[in-house]
Design a protein around this ligand. Structure first.
Ligand code: NAI
Length: 286
């Protein structure tokens, strides 16, 4: 029987979430996605109008099918958390049931269970500010959207996950090395995400036989990365200095996610897996 995946953090065809969905689809999984509420309309419209058809192509020539798109805002766990200004916001008012708990309930009602959970989302409102200039609110918002969002997602989806299932998030080497420019507390958010990967691997492994891993990805020119502002510099730096001197393709991360979600990785849990052309292993640039 085919596996079912829920991929949170897909809003266009440029990011890691899209590439992961494709690799999972190519391996035979049924794909459900969670799309950030403010981005939902444009994503659905573009998909319907065939704007992504070229990038929906799988290796066998067929097009990736997304069985269902759920609106999601991963900084809210349930309706009680949602402040008035968001509730009445024009971009949110058109959708319902987009808090983490409600999305998990909807997926359970619609499909019963899933096998694979992917968290491919992050947000740091002050990411372009150095840590010394980051406000408390900006720092906590980065942790809420980029780290706790994963704890919450896994917590609410675990009861729907079949034993033997697998969960994957995306992290960045700024968690453990100094990457000037990766500001706003996003370095801390990724450090939390990696530490939580280990603790969650223990808890979800013991309780539900679910594996929990995170992929530390090299630079990709996604929408989120362009917003940070120094992605081209990072790509050039990697090209110049990494052991493998090629640009990272989102598919390479997608394929690693498919491996980690498969029985081929049945003893891998609590791991940070680098998919970065080896850049993290360098001590100095050459
Ligand atoms: P992306 O822009 O394709 O994905 C980020 C997604 O997060 C977007 O679809 C956005 O709508 C969604 N999002 C933001 N706030 C949200 C919220 N509150 N609730 C639900 N969804 C929300 O960009 P990318 O780069 O593919 O990011 C995916 C993951 O990869 C992130 O965790 C990022 O930190 C990580 N990553 C990216 C690298 C890069 O160079 N692009 C390098 C290493 C890690």
């Amino acid at each position: 029987k085919g596996k079912r995946a829920f991929v949170a953090g897909v809003a266009d065809d440029n990011g890691f979430g899209w590439a992961i969905a494709k690799s999972l689809a190519a391996a035979g999984a049924e794909i459900l996605v969670g799309t950030w509420v403010p981005a939902l309309n444009i994503f659905e419209t573009s998909l319907q109008r065939g704007k992504f058809d070229e990038s929906r192509k799988l290796p066998d020539g067929s097009l990736m099918e997304i069985t269902k798109i759920y609106p999601l805002d991963a900084v809210f766990d349930n309706p009680d958390d949602v402040p008035e200004d968001i509730k009445s916001n024009r971009r949110y008012a058109g959708s319902t049931n987009w808090t983490v708990q409600e999305v998990a309930e909807s997926v359970k009602r619609d499909f019963g269970s899933i096998d694979i959970l992917v968290h491919s989302l992050a947000n740091g409102p002050e990411v372009s500010k150095p840590l010394l200039e980051t406000s408390r609110n900006g720092y906590l918002a980065a942790l809420s959207a980029s780290s706790y969002s994963y704890v919450s997602l896994l917590k609410h989806f675990l009861p729907l996950m079949n034993p033997g299932g697998s969960s994957i998030s995306l992290t960045h080497v700024a968690s453990e090395r100094i990457i000037p420019g990766y500001g706003g507390g996003m370095n801390s958010a990724k450090a939390a995400l990696e530490s939580d990967t280990r603790v969650l691997a223990f808890e979800a492994g013991r309780k539900h036989k679910i594996r929990v891993n995170t992929i530390s990805a090299g630079p990709l020119r996604s929408r989120a990365a362009k917003a940070i502002g120094f992605i081209d510099t990072m790509i050039e730096y990697s090209l110049a200095n990494a052991p493998l001197q090629k640009e990272l393709a989102a598919d390479e991360v997608g394929n690693t996610a498919a491996f980690l979600a498969s029985p081929l990785a049945s003893a891998i849990t609590g791991a940070v897996v680098f998919v970065d052309n080896g850049l993290n292993a360098m001590g100095v640039g050459v």
